[in-house]
Design a protein around this ligand. Sequence first.
Ligand code: HEM
Length: 224
Amino acid sequence: MSEKTSTWILWTTIGRKVLLALSGLALFFFLIFHLLGNFTLFVKDPGIFNQYAYTLERMGFILYVMEGLLILTFLVHILDAIFVTLENRKARSSSYYKEGNAGKPSRKSLSSKTMIYTGLLVFAFVVFHVKMFKYGAHYVAQNSNIRDLHRLVVECFKTDYIVISYCIAMILLGLHLRHAFFSAFQSLGIAHPKYTPYIEKLGILFAIAIAGGFLSIPVWIYFH
Ligand code: HEM
């Protein structure tokens, strides 16, 4: 292989990892925004959550653009993740690679080794989730003409199998985020031996906060 070809391969590999990190960070910000909005479900008055959803809906064209960008980001992230995983597998099966211990301190964990599986399962959850809520029953709130999304969410989260599936999906999301956060920093070159342990701890903290936050909603509704 010529030096030029190997340099090109190196740059496209780095480019893919950077793209994976940037699209992952964009999805991460979406999750924070979505979680904060969903926290209005804890408010006793159902009108607050409905009003929040209606405010988003009223954004019209801007919302369509944002949804388009979100779908694009999801697609880029998933396709890129599949490419990177296949490339890593090919590199590992080549004669140059020797399977061995990751050494100490090892960064391999259940979360890092299952990224592609947890990612694909979370994506499957998103498809099921969007179909259930965004394209689910269209109730109309009493005393107003806006959609009663609160009623649909409560009805769904009173159903055993839905709550159990959500809990499993949120555990998978937590596992995915735990490694994703740290990995994104590494891919973007924002890593330093001095800060690595803190970035790793911050990743665990975010994973617990986000997955735990989402998990608390169906569990709370189910028991109330
Ligand atoms: C368990 C707590 C969650 C609740 C209560 C919830 C609630 C909702 C609701 C009500 C909608 C429909 C909004 C509308 O039609 O105006 C929605 C949309 C959506 N949710 Fe969730 N969600 C939760 C967790 C998640 C998670 C963990 C993800 C991603 C991993 C996610 C991704 C999405 C996406 C992509 C949409 C479509 C957004 C759009 O097209 O505007 N949600 N969610």
